[in-house]
Design a protein around this ligand. Sequence first.
Ligand code: MN3
Length: 202
Amino acid sequence: MSIELPELPYDRDALQPHVSAQTLDYHYGKHHAGYVKKLNAAIEASDLADDSLEDIMRISFQNKNDSVFNNAAQVWNHTFLWHSMSPDGGKQVPGQLADAIEREFGGEKNFRDEFKNAATSRFGSGWAWLVVDRGKLRITSTGNADNPLVHGQQPLLTLDVWEHAYYLDYQNDRGKYVDSFLQELINWDFAASNYAAETDAA
Ligand code: MN3
C-alpha cells in the first residue's frame, strides 16, 4: 500500500482570478505530488509502509523522524488546504460556527484581522490555521510542515503561507493573498463541518 495524491476538489482554473491555474499546476501538480512521492520513497520497506497518513504523521513526529514527518505532514496539510478553499468561498459562516466566532473572537471582522495577522507574521514558510484547542476556537500558525494534530489541536481550516503558494499570483505581497483567501475563497462549509464533527465528538 502506498499513500496516494488525492484529487483536487475542483478544476485547476476554478479559483481564478484569486489563485491561478498556473499556481495550482505547480502547487498541486508539482509540490503536493512531490511530497507524496518523497513520502512513499521514505516509508517503502519500513514499519510505516502500511499505516494511514495520520498514523505516519503521529509516529514519525514522536520518533523525531523529520524526513518522514515533513513529507507526511505536507501531504496532509495540502489536502486540507484544497478543501479550505472553494470557488463559492467567502460567503456567510454557517450558524453554529458563526455563533462560536462571535463568542470567542467578537465577530467575523475580528476573526479576519487575527487570522491575517497570524498568516502575515509567520516568518518564512508555514501555515495559518483555525483550530479547536481544548474545546475553544483558536487561530494559530506553524512553521514549515508542522501540523496542529500532533500538538493535540483539531484543524478546521488552513492557509499555506509558503512563497510557492502565492508568488506567481501576488509576488511578495502575502497580505494581498491572505485578503483574497479571507474575502473570496475561504470554505466556511468545510470549517463548519469540521467544527460540528469536533463538537459532536466532545
Ligand atoms: Mn504548499
